[in-house]
Every structure is written in structure tokens, then in C-alpha cells.
Design a protein around this ligand. Sequence first.
Ligand code: FAD
Length: 480
Amino acid sequence: MNPASPPQTIAIVGAGFSGTLVAAHLLSRAKAPLTIHLIERERSRFARGVAYSTTEDCHLLNVPAGNMSAYPDDREHFLRWAQARVAELLDCACVSEVTAAAYLPRRAYGDYIAEVLDEAERGAAPGVGLERRIDEVASLKVEEGGVGLRLASGTQLRADRVVLALGNFRPGDPSGADAAFYRSARYRGDPWGPDVLERLLPTESCLLVGSGLTMVDWAITLNQAGYRGAIHVVSRRGLWPQRHKPGAPAAFGIEPSGQVGAVRDGLHSIRAFIRNTGADWRSVIDALRPVTQTLWKSLGLPEQRRFLRHLRTFWDCHRHRLAPGIAARLAAMRDSGQLVRHVGRIRSFREVGGQVEVTIRPRGSDQSYVFNVDTVVNCSGSESDYRRLDSTLVKDLLGQRLIRPDPLALGLDVADNGALIDADGVASAFLFTLGPPQKGRLWETTAVPEIRGQAARLAAELLKSDHSECSEESSQSVME
Ligand SMILES: Cc1cc2nc3c(=O)[nH]c(=O)nc-3n(C[C@H](O)[C@H](O)[C@H](O)COP(=O)(O)OP(=O)(O)OC[C@H]3O[C@@H](n4cnc5c(N)ncnc54)[C@H](O)[C@@H]3O)c2cc1C
């Protein structure tokens, strides 16, 4: 197919929230015959992805139900879905209400996405169909007028356009040990992998590396499962996610200046606003949410680097907050002494006498200290540097120069219309992406409130007959 013809086959690699929502929008919008291949390598993640395939009821959404609709133009869609299942949801251990302000189980949200897809499939126009495939896409080949896909099973497919909805990858290994340690049964490198809980429960102590939301998932899961051992948590700055508190966004804004020092000036104006008005800091962060992408893009690379160096962890723990019930439970675990906080760098891991000896250098000190744990779980957050990913497909695409990392190595280089940019700087007419791989370009692009709009706009873009007709102005709005 020529990019000037309407597509007859679209392949979507990855059936997490991003890929599934693109498929649902394609099914709803396409009026001419179209086959959509939705390909997911892990059965349990189909239409759920990493975040919503958990089976733990106490892994809660960190966004209130009222803002978790899959559809940007129907904000109450998820809430209605949940309220039609109140009794079932109230049966879950960590749910006390099903309102717009409630933080509901991510497992239930996975059921919701799966139903969104089923519903779109049932309502598709004649000739528009979905092929669900459990398989890994191992390589792609851009051919005359389309793309050939080779799957790990040996199946070959051809598509006119391909969406790489690859999402979150397992964290990179922390430094401090030789390669053998990272293959040891005492080290769990993938916090979202199978059997992690079963392996942890018989142990008397564990170390969670990183203090973000994945650490919180693990601490709460262990607590819920009756784990009585010590849970050590280490992070460089010792910052933990903050708790949500109800409240409206403040009447606060920052003008995108693009000047040198914009990051420092922005921080000063946030602090001054809070000091002068007494506003809760959450309402100030929330006021910035709708303009964060615009502010990020206005910064330019040197200021973006400055932000990442000095403010990233502060931003993350204030922006990605905890459901109040989860925060209270975590605080109780800390008060009881079960959760032990370490602030500093890991110097080494060493397997000694059936345990792992961990050496930590505390922040601001030259004196290291040592303690032993039974198991180490890497909760340090999704690896975003594509050059370091252990993915056959990503290696293949980098090797063929069909993709390139963005300049900050937070994801991939992506054009305004979602097209992937190759190693020579040319936007593809065939390969597209959305969600987490756009972090370098947009910064805020990993949560449902951002991805749902991107999915709707990318579906419209994919169905266009000719990408070259997409004006600069219209393409600007496609992926934000
Ligand atoms: C633990 C966790 C909790 C979160 N909680 C929230 C929340 O409460 N609220 C919120 O708004 N956001 C939350 N997020 C943000 C989350 O990233 C997004 O909401 C969204 O789920 C991202 O979806 P995705 O489809 O882009 O990525 P993913 O969910 O990572 O899905 C990508 C899929 O692609 C598959 N895949 C990768 N490579 C291949 C291949 N070669 N072949 C076939 N399949 C492949 C993977 O198996 C995976 O299932 C959370 C994220 C995480 C990690």
C-alpha cells in the first residue's frame, strides 16, 4: 500500500492501555473494510498491560475514578461502569466507596478496558474486524507500501501501518553487583513478573530498591498477604510518593518562557504562590497538569536536563500521589518498624551464607554500612533508555535504524503526529507510537488522562489516506 491510500490492515504491537485504546477507537471510527491485528506477548496482559493485569485488590489506581474514563469526551464512562458494579467492588479488601473520588482496584480497571474493547468490537462497521493474537513481535521490515511483521511463533503478517504501543519495560538493574548476582534466585529484576510474591513470602527480610509507586505496590501486597518480615527500602534521596487530598486546582499558572533559568524561576514562583496564598501544594501541582506538556516543550534541552538532574524525583513524588488509604497503611508499616527506610546509594550486593549482604553509603556520608536480606526486588521504575532494553524487537528496530532514542533517552524520537522518527531524522509513514515512549517529547504521557486523548487522535491519524496532507497545525495537536 502507498501511504496515500486508506489502510486496510493495521497492526498494533502491545495490548496494554495504549494499544487496546487505539484498537477500540479504530473499531469505532473505521467505515471502510479494515483488519486490526492486536498483538500481545503475554496472555495475562491482553487488554490490561503491565499496570492493570495485577490480580491484587489492594493495588489501587492512583487517579480518582472520576478521572479514569477511557474516553476524553465522556469523562464519567468509567465511573458509570464502576457504579454498575458497586456490590462487587465493595467486596474488594481496599474499597470503601464507589464515587468519583474513590481509588478503585487496578484489577477492576483492567476488566473495564477489556470491556471497552469488546464493546467497540461488537459495534464495528461491517468488514471492520479485530484479530487478537498472543505472540511476540520479533522484527519488522518496512517494505514497498507497508510493513512485514515476523512473530516469535514464526507467523508472518503484513500491515499498512503499525503502532508500537510497547509501554513500560522492566527496570534496569541497579549497579553494585557482578552479572552473576542479577541471575541469582535471590534477585527479582522484574517487579511485574510472575511468582514474585510466592518467592518473597517464605523469606524473613527483603530489600525493595526504589521508593516510587512500584515499591508501594510491593509493600502493601506483602502486608496484605500477612508477611511479617522486615521490608527494607532504599532510594538515593529518600523521597516517597505523597498522599492525595481532595481539592480543586489552584488559580495558578506559569508562562512558558523558554529562557535560561526557566526551571529555577518556575520553582520560585510555585513556592512564592504557596507562601503568599497558603494554597495546598497539591492544588498548585494539579493546576500545572493541563499545561505541563506545553511548559516542558518550551524549556529546550539544557533546561529539560536541568529539570531532570535537580527536580525529577521531587516532581515524581508530588505529582504521582497515593490513594489516602494506601498512604495511611504505609505510614502504619513505617511506624511499626516493619518498613525500614534507607537513604543513600547501594555500593554492593554480595551473596553470603544464603543471604544477600547489602552495603549502602548514606546520602551525604563517606561511611558505608551493611545489612543482610533474603531477597532483593528491583522496584526502581520502568527502563526508558531504549539502547539498554532487553527486547528483541527494539534491538531489531534500532539495528535497522528505523527508530532512535529521543535526545534525553526518556523514550523514542516521535513526530507531532505520532510517527516514529528514524536514525536519519525522517518521520515514518508507516510506524507510529503513543504513551510512555513519548516521554522525552511530552514529559507527561504515561497516565490514563494523557494517553486516552492520544489514542483517539492517533486512531484518526492512522485512518487518514495521506499523511503528507497533515498540516503542521493539525499534526501539532495529534499526540498531546
Ligand atoms: C504499576 C503501574 C501502575 C500504574 N497505575 C496507574 C494509575 O493508577 N493511573 C494512571 O493513570 N496510570 C497508571 N500507570 C501508568 C500506565 O503506564 C499507563 O496507565 C498505561 O497503562 C500504559 O499503557 P501502555 O499500553 O502504553 O503500556 P503497558 O501497560 O506497558 O503495555 C505494553 C504492552 O506491550 C507488550 N509488548 C511489549 N513488546 C512487545 C512485543 N514485541 N510483542 C508483543 N507485545 C509486546 C507488553 O507485554 C505490554 O503488555 C501505572 C503504571 C504502572 C507501571
